[in-house]
Design a protein. Sequence first.
Length: 441
Amino acid sequence: MKFQETETIELKAIAQNGIKKEIVAFANCGGGTVYVGVADDGAVPGVEDADACALQVSNMVRDAVKPDVTMFVSYKTLDCDGKAVVAVKVQRGTNRPYYLAKKGLRPEGVYVRQGYSSVPATDAAIRQMIKETDGDSFEDMRSLDQALTFESTKGEFETRKIPFGAPQMQALNITSSDGLYTNLGLLLSDQCPHTVKAAVFEGTDPSVFNDRREFSGSLMQQLDEVYDYIDFHNQTHATYQKLLRVDTRDYPEVAVREALLNSIVHRDYSFRTSTLISVYDDRIEFVSVGGLLPGFELEDLMMGVSACRNPHLANVFYRLQLIEAYGTGMRKIMGAYAGAASQPQIMATNNAFKIVLPNTNFAATAAETPTANSKEAPAASYSREDEILRFLAEHPSITRKEAQTLLGIGQSTAGRILKEMVDKGQIARHGGGRTLRYELA
C-alpha cells in the first residue's frame, strides 16, 4: 500500500502530541485518516505494538480534545508488508468547533484542514462553526471567551438569596451541557463586551454636551449604574396647592425603569453597537439595536403581546424580580404618563428600537422667566417667546447672547427659541455672524 498525504490523509511516524491537532482539524472539517507508523515521505517503519499505540491515541483524544469527539474516532490495525500501521479514522463531528482543552475555544486551540496541513482557525471560522452547531440564537451559542468571572451577577443573586452555583448556571443556560459558557454567560459576566453610552445635552438638540459616560461590565452592573446616572439627572420640581407642597420628578421612575430594562433585555447583542441614552431638557431617548421581531407590529406590543429576542436573559431578570412578566413594560410606561400633557413615543425600524419619555415638568419650567436683567419679576404666565417679544417692544433688536442672558438659558437653547420664532414669522433675522440680530417681523 502506498501512502501519501492529502487533504484527508495525514502521516505520522509515531503517536506524538501533534496528532491531537490533526484529529481536531479532521473533526472540524470533512473528516480524514491519520496513519500512525508511516513517515512523511511514505516510508513504513511501522509501530511495535499496535494495540498500545491505539490505546495511547485514544487516551490523548479523550483527555485533550473538547467537546467529546471519541464517538467520531475509530481505530484499525493494517498489515503493510509485515509492519503494523494504526489507521485512526476521524469523522466530521456534530458538536463543532472541537478544540484542544489546554488552548481553549480560540484560534490557537481550534484547528481546521487547509490543503495538506492542519492550521489554526480564524475567529470568523470559529463563529461560523458555532452558529452551524448551536443555531442562530445568540445567547445559546458558546462564547469565544471562556475566561469569565461573575462578581456583579453573583452579588445580585446573593442579595435576593438565590443560589448561583454550577447547577443553577446550567439551568439558566449560562453554561452549556458540556460546561462551556454561552453568550448569555458572556453578557452576565464582568467581561461583557457590550456597553451603554449615556449623554446629557443642553437644550433640546444634540448640539452641546453637558456630560457623557460609557458604562461597561456585566449587564447587571450596567443596569445599576445607568439607572443611578439617569436618576441623578431626574430632577424634582415643587408646586403648591394652597398650603400643600407637591413634588414631581421630571420623569416617572417606573417609566425610566421599564424603558431601561427594555433597552437591555430586548436588544440584539449579535451587533456590537452600544445602547444609547440621551437626556435633553424636554425628554429622554432610549435607543437600542434590534427592531421588532418579524411578524410583529407596534400595535401588538402596546396590547401586551410579547416575543422576546433573548428569552434566557429575560428569564434571569425575571428570577431576580427585575421584571414581573413578559409584555407588561410598555403598558407600565404608558400608565405612568396617564393624564400627562405629553405622552411617550415608541418607534421601531428594522434594526433599532426607540423609546422617548417626555419631561413632565418641561412645560412648567419653560414658562418660568428669570429676573436677571429685570427690576420686577415678570408674571408667571409669560413664555420665553413672550419675554423676547416684550424685550423687542422696548428695544430695536436683540442678539442671541442678549436672549440667553434675558432668559437665563444656554446658548443652544436661546438659538433654538430664536430660530423657532423666525420660522413662525414673529421675528426676522438681520445681518450675520457677529452682527446677527433679531427684530420684530
